[in-house]
Design a protein around this ligand. Structure first.
Ligand SMILES: [Zn+2]
Length: 152
């Protein structure tokens, strides 16, 4: 059974810069709060698909996940995206079960089910992110602070 921390992490109070190690500890604290303490969760920033704030690759068997945050995401939005992607990790088992079940269907039912799942999954993840992170949604077009934060 996974250990779970009862203490919800405090919102990330980033200054102009932050240490990556500190951010990794913050992610670990969120993972523990969500019952994912036994997962190996990597974090990086990168260019993600256009219009996508972040994404995550999940390896259920190895209990590994790689969270990538779009390098255009303002640092003030990191906390929200971290919680969002960790919730996808939390629901990965359900998605897996869904995929196995949907794969038994023929096209186009399989495609319709996949779209329906994706929409519902994102909706639930976003609602829970609102509740847990307390960080408002990122408005696109917000000032680009990434370079300042990392001194790149
Ligand atoms: Zn998502």
């Amino acid at each position: 059974m996974t250990r779970r921390s009862e203490r919800r992490p405090k919102p990330w109070r980033q200054g102009k810069t932050f240490a990556v190690g500190k951010l990794n500890r913050h992610i670990a604290a969120w993972a523990a709060y969500l019952g994912l303490a036994d997962w190996d969760i990597a974090f990086s920033t990168t260019r993600v698909d256009k219009g996508c704030r972040s994404n995550v690759d999940i390896d259920m068997l190895q209990r590994r996940a790689a969270i990538r945050i779009n390098s255009k995401t303002p640092v003030s939005g990191f906390d929200r995206q971290i919680v969002h992607e960790l919730l996808h990790v939390l629901f990965a088992g359900m998605e897996d079960a869904f995929n196995v079940s949907a794969s038994q269907q023929k096209l186009p039912a399989r495609r319709i089910l996949a779209r329906y799942w994706k929409r519902q999954d994102e909706w639930v993840v976003e609602r829970l992110t609102d509740i847990l992170s307390g960080v408002p949604r990122i408005e696109w077009g917000a000032p680009q602070v990434w370079r300042e934060a990392f001194g790149e």
